[in-house]
Design a protein around this ligand. Structure first.
Ligand code: ZN
Length: 316
């Protein structure tokens, strides 16, 4: 299966608004208490992310941090575009990023497993050497199953939302939130707080959060639908939904506006040592919910191969 040649697809980059980290801390400290009983937001040194429970292949999230959005839901629905295979190591070379850490949420490489799958992308490149930490979760065999990709498999497919950085240690926004009392999920609460405050100035964050206690609702894509999926209802009937147990580590991005780039405004996928993982929808035991997050502020968004004809199905 040939992967996309990046010199033949459109790649656009637009700057994001980058307020001081301390200001974001103030905004979130004021807003998140309407969703969580306990909230602590600080500017902090990133912990060593190579350690459990993060298990990322680089120590930090900073150094020329940008959001990357690849493809989009129109390549998945109404019907799959099997030609949309992307080699992420080749993308980093094309963008001239080395050292680089690419982390986030998207589809996984269906040609590797032979079936459609969720991707929890963790790709590290240093001095040309690839270190693959990406997990995939599929429904091959009837129940969900998580696997780690080998260093030799750097492809993905269809769509993805990633934080791209040098993977260096440094200052990040730390958010701890416990006991959910509002309706929004953890990421929606953060995104809406920033959106309400910054309005037309679009802010983007990417990084990692751990659901330390409690449980959550996740979906795992089954193999591709052979009939057209034309509504969110069709998509939800096709997806498989599961309740999964903490601790689960999540990677992804959020952005407070579309920037006329057809962006997916939030997207996080989780993985864990006990095999639970998939696309995060929210926690399911509000009183037990305990989140710990580290976010880098992105200076720009890089849009790769956006679908020419778009729609709003399948973006939850
Ligand atoms: Zn997803």
């Amino acid at each position: 299966m040939t992967s996309i040649d990046y010199s033949t697809v459109e790649i656009k980059e637009k700057p994001l608004y980058t307020p001081p980290l301390e200001e974001i801390v103030e905004v979130l400290s004021r807003s998140l208490p309407s969703t969580f009983e306990y909230v602590s937001v600080t500017v902090d040194e990133c912990p060593d992310l190579t350690q459990a429970p993060y298990n990322i292949t680089a120590p930090g999230l900073t150094g020329n941090a940008k959001l990357v959005e690849l493809g989009g839901p129109p390549y998945l629905v109404p019907l799959v575009r099997r030609d949309k295979i992307y080699d992420l190591a080749a993308l980093l070379r094309h963008l001239r990023r080395d050292p680089a850490l690419l982390i986030g949420a998207g589809a996984g490489p269906w040609p590797f497993l032979g079936v459609n799958c969720e991707g929890i992308i963790i790709l590290r490149v240093e001095s040309g050497r690839v270190q693959q930490g990406t997990r995939v979760v599929s429904m091959a065999g009837g129940s969900y199953r998580q696997q780690q990709l080998p260093d030799s498999e750097t492809r993905t497919a269809l769509l993805g939302n990633y934080l791209l950085s040098d993977g260096k240690p440094g200052k990040v926004i730390k958010v701890v939130a416990k006991m959910r009392i509002g309706k929004a999920n953890f990421i929606t609460a953060i995104r809406e707080a920033l959106q309400n405050h910054y309005g037309d100035k679009v802010v983007g964050l990417g990084g990692v959060f751990v659901l330390r206690e409690g449980s959550g609702r996740y979906h795992v894509m089954p193999d591709f639908s052979t009939t057209e999926l034309t509504s969110d209802e069709d998509v939800n009937n096709w997806l498989t939904f599961h309740e999964m147990k903490a601790p689960i580590t999540h990677l992804g991005t959020l952005v407070t506006g579309d920037m006329e780039l057809d962006l997916r405004v939030q997207h996080f996928h989780g993985f864990s040592a006990h095999g639970d993982g998939g696309h995060y929808h929210g926690d399911t035991a509000p009183a037990a919910a305990h989140y710990e997050a580290y976010f880098a502020l992105a200076a720009a968004v890089v849009r790769v191969d956006a679908p020419a004809h778009t729609h709003h199905v399948g973006r939850d």
